[in-house]
Design a protein. Structure first.
Length: 305
C-alpha cells in the first residue's frame, strides 16, 4: 500500500484530478486547516496561546521559474512579519526547491539568507525541509553555508536513508538544529531502509546521538514523529543519559495525535505543531497517507455520508 500511495503522489494524471474530488478535499482537512495563510494563522492562534510552538510550511516543490521562487520568498517574509500577532513568532520550514534550487542555486541561497536574517531578528527559526534523495547533499551544503552566518537555522534529516548517520556526524560540530523524521519518499533499498523495524531502529539510534549532543551544546534535538511508542523509548534512554526533558522536542502535524502531543507537553517536552497549507497539497498529502495505515483508514471513511 505504501508503494502504491507513493506512486500516486508522483502521478501527474491523478495529481490533476483527485484534488477536485469532494471526498479527497474533505479528508485532507484532517492534516491542514485550509489552503491559505489566513487559515494557518487562525489554527495557530489557540495552540500558541496554550503554549505550543508553531511551524508553518507552505506546500509546493520543484518550482519552474525564478519569479515563482521570488513570490515564495516574499510570502515567507510576510509570514515572519505577521508573527507578531501571535504570543510567540512562528517558525518556517521551506523546501529549497521552493526557492529555485533546481534553477539557480545562488538565487535560492540569497532567498534563504534573507529569510534566516529576518527570522533571527524576530527571535524565531528557519528550517530547511528535506526532499528526495537527489536533494540531500545540496540541501546539507546550503545548510552549512547558512549556519556559518545564522544561529537559528535548522535542517530535517531522514532516518530511513542509510547515509544519515554520516550526515549527522558531519553536522554535529556546527551545533545544528536537526528535526529527525522517518522519511516519506519512495527510495530504493540500496540507499534507504524499507522495513518499519529498520527505520524505527535507525531513528532511535540517531535520536540518542542527537539528544546527547543537545545535552552538552546548543544543538537542537527535534523528534518529528507521531510514533509515541518510539518517542517514549527515546525519552527513557535520554533520561538515563542525563538529557533534560526540555532538550528533547517533539513536533507533530496539525490534527494528528493532538492529545498525545498535549500529554508530552505536560510531561515537560517542548511541543510544536507543524501547520501545512497551500494549494499544492496533493503530493504531500499522499505521502502522509503512506506514512501510517491509520491515515489511510481515516481517508477511506470520508467516502461515507
Amino acid at each position: 500500500m505504501r508503494t502504491l500511495l507513493l506512486w500516486m503522489a508522483r502521478n501527474s494524471w491523478l495529481k490533476s484530478r483527485l484534488p477536485k474530488m469532494r471526498f479527497v478535499r474533505r479528508a485532507v482537512r484532517r492534516f491542514m486547516p485550509g489552503e491559505d495563510v489566513d487559515a494557518a494563522f487562525a489554527a495557530a492562534a489557540p495552540l500558541a496561546t496554550a503554549g505550543q510552538g508553531i511551524q508553518f510550511t507552505r506546500l509546493g516543490e520543484n518550482l519552474t521559474s525564478l519569479e515563482e521562487a521570488d513570490e515564495v520568498a516574499a510570502h515567507y517574509q510576510a509570514v515572519l512579519d505577521r508573527s507578531a500577532t501571535l504570543p510567540r513568532p512562528v517558525e518556517i520550514s521551506i523546501k529549497p526547491t521552493q526557492l529555485g534550487l533546481d534553477i539557480d542555486r545562488a538565487v535560492c541561497l540569497r532567498h534563504l539568507e534573507a529569510l534566516a536574517k529576518r527570522a533571527e531578528e524576530i527571535g524565531t527559526w528557519l528550517w530547511l525541509d528535506m526532499e528526495g534523495s537527489p536533494y540531500v547533499e545540496p540541501t546539507i551544503a546550503l545548510y552549512e553555508q547558512l549556519k556559518a552566518n545564522h544561529r537559528t537555522v535548522g535542517i530535517a534529516l531522514q532516518a530511513y536513508l542509510r547515509r544519515t548517520p554520516a550526515d549527522l556526524r558531519r553536522l554535529l560540530p556546527l551545533e545544528p538544529g536537526v528535526r529527525l523524521v522517518k522519511g516519506a519518499y519512495d527510495e530504493p533499498a540500496e540507499i534507504a531502509y524499507r522495513h518499519k523495524s529498520e527505520v524505527d531502529g535507525a531513528f532511535q539510534s540517531l535520536a540518542l546521538i542527537l539528544a546527547e549532543s543537545a545535552r552538552d551544546s546548543r544543538t537542537r534535538c527535534v523528534l518529528g514523529t507521531h510514533d509515541s511508542g518510539l518517542v517514549e523509548r527515546i525519552a527513557t534512554f535520554a533520561d538515563a543519559a542525563g538529557v533534560p526533558r526540555d532538550r528533547l522536542q517533539v513536533h507533530m502535524l496539525f490534527g494528528i495525535r493532538v492529545k498525545e502531543l498535549e500529554r508530552l507537553a505536560a510531561a515537560g517536552y517542548p511541543a510544536y505543531t507543524l501547520i501545512a497549507y497551500g494549494e499544492h497539497w496533493y503530493p504531500w498529502y499522499m505521502r502522509r497517507l503512506a506514512e501510517r495505515p491509520e491515515n489511510v483508514f481515516f481517508a477511506l471513511r470520508q467516502l461515507l455520508p
